[in-house]
Design a protein around this ligand. Structure first.
Ligand code: DGI
Ligand code: FE
Ligand code: FE
Ligand code: FE
Length: 188
């Protein structure tokens, strides 16, 4: 496996500077959320650092990887915005030697969410929404919620994304809706 310096350099080389600043922000926010909610802060930081590894890759490169790994048609025909998380989960194994399944899953589901998300998956997904460089309508409320109720923060964040997609007449990936329902119905 790569040492910390080499890993930083490898991630940095995959993306433009603004995306790298976001990456550092997610790593830091994920560490803080992990400390707050009792997840492993080192794993959270690393998963946050790796989560957008493929975000700036050409779509055909991601597509090829996803096809080679037999990803579902639903994903291949879905919004290309979803590809970087599923491709990232594959590539951090092959290119960086990451083997920790918790970290791999946190990268895989950071965009869509899923039913029955682990604490680490929730931490990374919420960190992606609230890291300090983020500025979208409603981010302040999600940041405040994230300090007291991680599930509520995640449900609000995913709900906002679903609303945004509907307003733009974009498809909503089924897993995102299922993840949203799961978080809301668990609360009772
Ligand atoms: O990679 P980031 O920009 O940091 O954030 P992300 O991985 O959460 O990607 C969010 C983008 O994905 C956002 O523009 C919305 C888009 N997207 C498209 N379809 C879906 C979707 N996001 C979710 N959660 N579910 C979808 O079905
Ligand atoms: Fe992402
Ligand atoms: Fe980019
Ligand atoms: Fe991100």
């Amino acid at each position: 496996p790569l040492d910390r310096e080499a890993l930083l350099a490898r991630v940095r080389a995959q993306m433009h500077d603004k995306r790298y600043q976001h990456t550092l922000g997610v790593a830091e926010s994920a560490r803080q959320l992990a400390l707050l909610y009792g997840a492993d802060p080192d794993k959270a930081e690393l998963a946050g650092f790796l989560h957008d590894y493929c975000k700036c890759w050409p779509v055909d490169k991601m597509f090829e990887i996803l096809v080679r790994h037999d990803m579902p048609t639903e994903l291949l025909q879905g919004d290309k915005e979803l590809w970087h998380s599923f491709a990232g989960a594959i590539v951090i194994q092959s290119e960086l030697g990451v083997t920790d399944p918790e970290i791999i899953q946190a990268v895989r589901y950071h965009t869509t969410g899923r039913v029955g998300m682990t604490l680490l998956e929730k931490v990374v997904c919420v960190a992606d929404y609230i890291e300090p460089n983020r500025d979208f309508p409603g981010v302040g409320m999600i940041r405040a919620l994230a300090e007291k109720d991680l599930d509520a923060a995640l449900a609000t964040a995913l709900g906002g994304t679903i609303q945004f997609l509907i307003e733009k007449h974009k498809t909503v990936y089924p897993l995102t809706l299922l993840a949203y329902n799961d978080l809301v119905s668990r609360k009772g």
